[in-house]
Design a protein around this ligand. Structure first.
Ligand code: IPD
Length: 342
């Protein structure tokens, strides 16, 4: 019975959400004046939501918190887009200028002052507004910070995805940022400021390019597909051999293979319907978290390359326009299991 009530309440909530854009504040005030003495403060909502959801028999209270959480996510999203645009300006201004470049794990694994600056921008501005939020950033992790994921709102940030491209002035570089709340992807943003392409997604609200809705292609047959593959930044013989073997397997079976040098942009292309599939081993949550939500919201699939559910910390990802195509590729390719991040 409880489950049925929950389902009905959720359905009602989804329906009512369409009203939110019309008069969200009034609805929240109405809810709050009936149920609670005053509107709850917009902090630690998850904790409050969990307590009320578990303890209260009044499902309207849960509904109330869902409304408030939705508003809170709107605010997170707006702030993240604002910071993304500020960071994007730095990439745009500097892409064809001399940079200070350092190597990380290999000669192809680079970091610039712009990577550090943009990551700091996100961490500083979000912490100022929401001190309880956590971060998993490419550069802070490279500097030794451990990757941990709790139920708290956690931002997963790649300040410049396609750093090697950025260093060379090859304009496939972007910012990729995702928000995970309660271990669920809620927000995904990928921004190529050079080409002025801003991809955004919110859980349950669709995927967009510069504000216009996007959809994956309908391609099911490998023989009609355009696929992207990356060489990655690791250069061991084992890793290089796997990439070459998979190119050799897929090349004759597809219409074409591309390599664009940015994991997040590869995923954005699948979400946009410009390509049909992409997979890579050795990438990290900051490379594929935002793209995962973007593709799911654009109607596509993101799975583990062996065919199971996607795991943001396994360093393995396969995405495609359709489940049929994803499963076909999964069965054909050689598997590789890099060390997990978590
Ligand atoms: C890299 C790019 C590249 C992919 C690597 C990533 P970075 O990210 O996305 O296309 O092949 O696996 O590490 O280092 O430019 O942020």
């Amino acid at each position: 019975m409880g489950i049925i009530i929950d389902v009905l309440i959720t359905a009602a909530y989804v329906r009512l959400r369409t009203l939110l854009s019309v008069d969200r504040i009034t609805l929240i005030c109405l809810e709050s004046s009936f149920i609670l003495p005053s509107p709850a403060p917009l902090g630690s909502l998850l904790v409050q939501f969990k307590q009320f959801h578990l303890l209260s028999s009044c499902k309207l209270v849960s509904l109330y918190f869902l409304f408030i959480m939705d508003c809170e996510l709107d605010a997170y999203f707006d702030l993240a887009v604002k910071i993304t645009k500020t960071g994007g300006q730095l990439i745009r201004d500097r892409i064809w200028k001399t940079k200070s470049v350092k190597t990380k794990a290999s000669e192809s694994d680079l970091v610039t002052e712009t990577d550090h600056e943009i990551e700091a921008l996100f961490i500083d501005d979000i912490t100022k507004a929401y001190p309880n939020h956590k971060f998993i950033g490419e550069e802070t992790t490279a500097s030794g910070k451990e990757v941990t994921l709790t139920d708290d709102p956690t931002w997963i940030i790649d300040p410049v995805d396609g750093t090697l491209n950025f260093v060379h002035g090859y304009p496939n570089a972007c910012i990729s940022v995702a928000l995970v709340v309660n271990k669920t992807l809620e927000i995904g943003i990928i921004y190529n400021p050079v080409c002025e392409m801003l991809f955004t997604a919110r859980k349950g609200r669709g995927a967009f390019l510069n504000g216009a809705p996007i959809k994956v292609s309908k391609t099911k047959e490998l023989s009609r597909s355009l696929i992207t593959i990356e060489f990655g930044t690791k250069k061991s013989k084992e890793e290089s051999d796997i990439v070459m073997q998979n190119i050799n397997i897929l090349r004759p079976l597809t219409q074409g293979i591309r390599c664009i040098g940015s994991a997040a942009l590869n995923m954005a292309m699948v979400a946009l319907g410009g390509s049909d599939a992409y997979f890579e081993y050795g990438i990290h949550a900051w490379d594929y978290a935002a793209g995962t939500l973007l593709i799911q919201e654009a109607g596509g699939v993101v799975i583990d390359p062996a065919g199971g559910p996607i795991d943001l910390f396994s360093c393995r990802m396969l995405c495609a326009s359709t489940p049929t195509l994803a499963q076909e590729i999964s069965k054909l390719i050689k598997q590789h299991y890099p060390t997990r991040d978590l």
